[in-house]
Design a protein around this ligand. Structure first.
Ligand code: NI
Length: 252
């Protein structure tokens, strides 16, 4: 079985036809999914979805691209969701210097609020990091906490540094792209015990469906590529990464 550790069934593109996407996922052995929030509305929807389907879990946060107006009041609303047993992580949160519509100083402030909340409640972080590896690394090292680097797209060496401070590495559809030398190196270098798999749907559709809308069922193509690189059976990549995800998110 497979655990898709990062889906946005709470997004506009997938929410409407969620029952179809969920049915496809289950049919393909994708038995559990983490629905991840990125602003107030999507976090609320993630919690609702997790409470509507037993195999869905939720993560709540305000991501770095949506945090311009974020206040402590918003954080208090998010914190209340953590009492819900289906909320198993805080994410996605982190730093994104690719887009520049939110100042780095504001991103860091809100990221730190999420880190503090994760530590207070002893919950894992699901980290969004784009073009901001050194700053993300130093804040997480300072925090001395745990979680997962979602849709990891940095170098193998940097990935190892994150593993060394308590973070799992989650690979998405990018690892399947023909020209994806660096993600394939990460898949080869990082031990399977430290890997998770995800689709980040509706984005990052894996080969051979690139260009189409992504959905949780496609996480098997991520597993297939990792299996090829590591010379493992795809079922084993599925069950080991499922075990890793359940352990990280505290799911029995
Ligand atoms: Ni995401």
């Amino acid at each position: 079985m497979y655990f898709d550790s990062h889906v946005h069934l709470n997004s506009e593109q997938l929410y409407k036809d969620r029952d179809l996407f969920i049915a496809n996922a289950l049919e393909n052995g994708v038995a559990n999914m983490l629905v991840v929030g990125y602003d107030m509305e999507s976090s609320k929807l993630a919690v609702e979805l997790a409470n509507s389907y037993e195999f869905l879990y939720a993560a709540v946060a305000i991501g770095p691209n949506d945090c311009n107006e974020t206040t402590m009041e918003d954080m208090h609303v998010l914190e209340k969701y953590l009492d819900d047993p289906k909320v198993v992580a805080i994410g996605e949160t982190g730093l994104d210097y690719y887009w520049d519509h939110v100042a780095a100083s504001k991103q860091k402030e809100v990221f730190q609020w999420h880190i503090d909340m994760a530590k207070k409640h002893n919950m894992p972080l699901s980290i969004h990091c784009r073009d901001a590896y050194e700053d993300t690394y130093s804040m997480l090292k300072q925090a001395s906490h745990f979680g997962v680097m979602h849709c990891y797209s940095g170098s193998a060496q940097m990935a190892q540094r994150f593993v060394d401070i308590g973070f799992k590495i989650s690979l998405a559809g990018t690892v399947t792209f023909k020209n994806a030398r660096v993600p394939k190196e990460v898949a080869g270098h990082i031990q399977i015990e430290n890997l998770l798999i995800e689709t980040d749907c509706p984005y990052l559709t894996p080969h051979p469906f690139r260009g189409k809308l992504n959905e949780p069922a496609n996480v098997i193509y991520v597993a297939k590529e990792i299996a090829k690189i590591k010379n493992l059976e795809i079922e084993d990549v599925g069950s080991i990464t499922e075990f890793n995800a359940k352990k990280l998110f505290g799911i029995k």
